[in-house]
Design a protein around this ligand. Sequence first.
Ligand SMILES: [Zn+2]
Length: 476
Amino acid sequence: MDTLVTGGTLLTMRGDRLGVVDDGAVGIEDGRIGYVGPAAEAPAPSDADEVVDASGAVVMPGLVNAHTHTAHTLLRGGAQDVPEIEWMNRALGPLSAHTDEADRVAGARLGVLEAVRGGATTIAEYASEVGTLVEEVYRPLGVAVVAVETINEVPDERDDLGPRELYPFEREQGDRALARADRLFERFGDDPLVTPAYGPQALDMVSPDLLQTVQSHAHERGAKLHVHTAQGEREAIQIEERYGDDASTVSVLDELGIVDDSLVAVHCHGATPAERRRLAEGGAAMLGCPSSIAAIDGIVPPVAEFREYGAPVGIGTDQAPGPGHHSTLREARTAATLSKVEQADPTALTAPEALRIATVGGAEALGIADEVGTLAAGTRADLIVVDTDRLSTAPAVESPLHTAVPNLVYSTTGREVRDVFVAGEALLRDGAFVDADPAAAVDEATERAAALYERASDDWRGADSALVDAVDDGWL
Ligand SMILES: [Zn+2]
């Protein structure tokens, strides 16, 4: 046996509860879980090359950050507190248009390290040229990635378009993106840590014909189709203008035959309850990004509602300009607290449910639950050790209830994550990265961000978002 993690409280996530094992142990061999159960019945520590003492800690599956655009992390702090209608085209757009590939890589490295420091072992990365991020960031760091290639037909320059003017579509641009998505399967198909997927960005950004073509490619490869679905007023206006006043994103997706078990519907806050139910009953999974949608739209995404419909549900941190962070435990807390506010019900989305969403729920939604999201013998050894004896998480008692469970969701800052293993390899030990250099990532990101903002300054000012006024009024 390579590693024995012993003495902690296991949350295995097996079955439909948390699968708690007090004083448990996990044995790792050749990157896979060989033993999971009571420490008293585990192989002897003397049989392990390395023993990790997890007493005073919880041992659980690595967190699944199920929807991110970490390449935007360089723009953290650059597009918050603006009206939703301005966010993409007048606040983020004028900045992101000036990023180059090295900026996006540097941003992604910062975001991925932040996510891993907070306990994520699998990250779903949604980006144009996502293969570059896989090569430059994920593989060198040894982090598992669901690599979603963005596919859209809308040229980048659109900050001069009014909200009721239809985005122009350029089919060749969409076809090139589809070809890049197809190539991911050849490039990374034999890498167990990389799961390629298709990302038709949103119904207002792809034509029906391309969307159906992408779906057929996904079906051929047994892959998922990640679509930002009903993500707000800007999209709703485009759908009305293009498909008629009675049309909505979900109604058009349904007519086109896109609603099935390959669809991973992201956000969904602009859909009606009946449409959400239709998505769930049609087999779609749902990914919610509560702190992003709260920050950008002032809305609570229907994470709790989709759970009630029985759909696989995961959570993600989306992009840093918006929620501001890539911590999956913070996202679990936000999901739980906002759901309570939305439903005016403190029992909405409980801590155990939030922990399941952040692990096995995300894995199910992404289609990787046979390997990820639970602690089970024979699956990949992606797991984390989280201290429950810190100022923020103590006291943890096991009787009459496990206080560690709510404390993990409501009380952690993310820094309590002590050890992170992906495929049995330690990425983080005792709170420190084993190989990666976070200080260098911060320095590079800061240097690049300063140059980027300088390059983009005139365009940013010319786009005249609410942030320009905030600067002129002395707030920022
Ligand atoms: Zn997104």
